[in-house]
Design a protein around this ligand. Structure first.
Ligand SMILES: Cc1cc2nc3c(=O)[nH]c(=O)nc-3n(C[C@H](O)[C@H](O)[C@H](O)COP(=O)(O)O)c2cc1C
Length: 141
């Protein structure tokens, strides 16, 4: 079966401080490693955006599990598609916790952000989230 990628956004229902994030990542990374899944998780102002990529059946079944996780709600798929190759091959789950300051420090981002006023979250639109993910992929901390 081919590779598949799903990107979704969601809203946290519980506080995610360093400890909660670390616990989530530890579990996710070991499970993703076993399933051949890779990706990236962004968190800002109580909102998640995650890209998950890998064998289609594994991606779909994990997304089904994640969607039922009570630690977040309003899980909304931004896009999903078959992919030729992974965007995050080395990351069992990359993570970036973001602040307004960090976002504003991304060159060119403020223009991009201002161009689509009124969106409920920083990454609520497909083009914006594709752009952001791409930026984090190529500018590793
Ligand atoms: C925002 C968010 C992202 C998550 N990402 C992953 C992930 O990449 N991999 C994973 O295994 N679990 C992830 N989880 C956790 C799953 O919802 C679920 O708790 C976990 O996979 C359960 O594993 P278990 O049934 O083996 O205990 C995520 C949860 C949230 C709230």
């Amino acid at each position: 079966m081919g590779l598949y990628s799903i990107v979704y956004v969601s809203t946290a229902t519980v506080p995610f401080w360093d400890e909660e994030v670390a616990e989530l990542l530890e579990k996710s990374r070991s499970k993703n490693d076993g399933l051949g899944l890779t990706g990236m998780l962004l968190f800002k102002g109580g909102q998640f955006m995650q890209v998950l990529e890998g064998p289609e059946s594994a991606v779909r079944s994990l997304i089904a599990t994640i969607s039922k996780d009570p630690r977040h709600e309003d899980v909304r798929t931004l896009w999903e598609e078959p992919i030729e190759q992974r965007q995050f091959p080395a990351w069992t789950m990359g993570y970036r916790g973001l602040t307004d300051q960090a976002i504003q420090a991304i060159p060119g981002y403020s223009d991009f952000f201002d161009a689509t006023p009124g969106a409920s979250s920083v990454w609520a639109t497909e083009s914006r989230s594709r752009w952001l993910l791409d930026w984090f992929r190529t500018n590793r901390a």
